[in-house]
Design a protein around this ligand. Structure first.
Ligand SMILES: [Zn+2]
Length: 131
């Protein structure tokens, strides 16, 4: 959910006023700077986006439905150790490349690294579904 904030400013000179937005025009005090009772009420909504584990990026050519490049970067739960690892995966269909790197975010140690031709990767054992 976003955060909503409202601000009341003088409609004439723009001076920020600490007036409730619900105040009726006849209840308003004249602006301390210019004496005007016209008001400008602004509502701003701040959206906070929280990315929890994975961040994905896909690029597509407008004429094809299949993305030509896929990038995955983020946390990946390493089943063997039960730890969160940093995963970076790039699938580049244009260059026929498949790259995968899993590092331990605490030590920087490379747990798993894979770099091969995408066409070869497909038929290969590591492409099977992980259990
Ligand atoms: Zn004013």
């Amino acid at each position: 959910m976003g955060e909503t904030s409202t601000s009341v400013r003088c409609g004439k000179c723009g001076q920020e006023l600490s007036e409730p937005t619900s105040l009726q025009p006849e209840e308003r005090c004249p602006c301390p700077s210019c004496g005007s009772t016209s008001r400008n009420i602004a509502v701003s909504i701040t959206e906070t986006v929280v990315v929890r584990s994975k961040l994905g990026m896909k690029g597509s050519h407008t004429d094809s439905r299949k993305p030509f490049i896929e990038v995955v970067s983020g946390g990946d739960l390493h089943r063997k150790s039960g730890r969160w690892m940093k995963l970076e995966r790039v699938i580049d269909r244009e260059k026929d490349q498949y790259k995968e790197k899993v590092t331990n975010p605490q030590t920087g140690e490379i747990v798993h690294r894979c770099e091969e031709l995408l066409s070869e990767h497909r038929g290969h054992g590591s492409a099977r579904k992980r259990t």
